[in-house]
Design a protein around this ligand. Sequence first.
Ligand code: HPA
Length: 245
Amino acid sequence: MTVYAIIGGTGLTQLEGLSIRQALPMNTPYGATSADILQGEFAGREVLFLARHGHPHRVPPHRVNYRANLWALKQAGATSILAVNAVGGIHSAMGTGHFCVPHQLIDYTSGRDHTFFADDLEHVTHIDFSYPYTESLRGQLIAALVAEGVAHSGEGVYACTQGPRLETAAEIVRLERDGCDIVGMTGMPEAALARELELDYACLALVVNPAAGKATAVITMVEIEAALHQGMGKVKATLARVLAG
Ligand code: HPA
C-alpha cells in the first residue's frame, strides 16, 4: 500500500487542510528531524507531513538533517515522498510562478551528511542513481498539474547548490552550460537518501525568482516570499489531487 509523505519546503511549513491525528517527535540514530512528523488526513487520505526547515522555518538548507528526516519518514511508514522545493529559474521557460517536475539533477553541494552507508565499510553499497526521481510518482505529479491547469514543465534538470547564499551570475552561466534548468538548495542529498531507503521520490518545484543574472533586478526575499505565497494554493491543489488519485 502506498503511504505518501509530503516534505514541505520554504513557504510550506504547514499543510493547510491537514487534519492532524498525531505529531510524532522523531529522534533517530542520525539525530532529530527538522520538526515533528505530522500524521493525519489530507484530501481524504492518510498522509505524513514534515516541514523540511522546521515549523516555524528555522533550519537553513545546509543544516537540514536530511538523514534524520528520511529515516524517520520511513520509520513512520512512508513509501512515497512528494518533495516540495522553491527554486530559481535558469531556463527561459522557468519564469516566476512556473512549476517544474524535474527528471534529473546535478549535485553541487559539499559537506552534507549525504549517505546512510557511511560507517559499514565492509559492505559498501553503491545505489543506482542514474534516474534520481521515481518515474511513476513524477507521472502522478504531472497528471495532477495538468488536471489543475497549472503551467508547468514535465521535465527539467535541478541543480542543487550549497547555499545559503544565492549564486553568482557566473555560477548560473556555468549551471546553464551544464544543462541545468532550475536551481535550489534542498534537493540533495534528500533524493539520494530516499533512494538508499528504497522510498519512491519525486519533486514538485515552484520557481520563485529568476536565477542570478537572469533578470536585472536584485533578488530579494520579499519577491521570493510573494511568489511563494502566490504559488502555494496551486501546490496544495496539486498535492491533494495526487493523494485523491
Ligand atoms: N538559487 C538557489 N536556491 C533557490 C533560489 C535560487 O535562485 N531560489 C529559491 N531557492
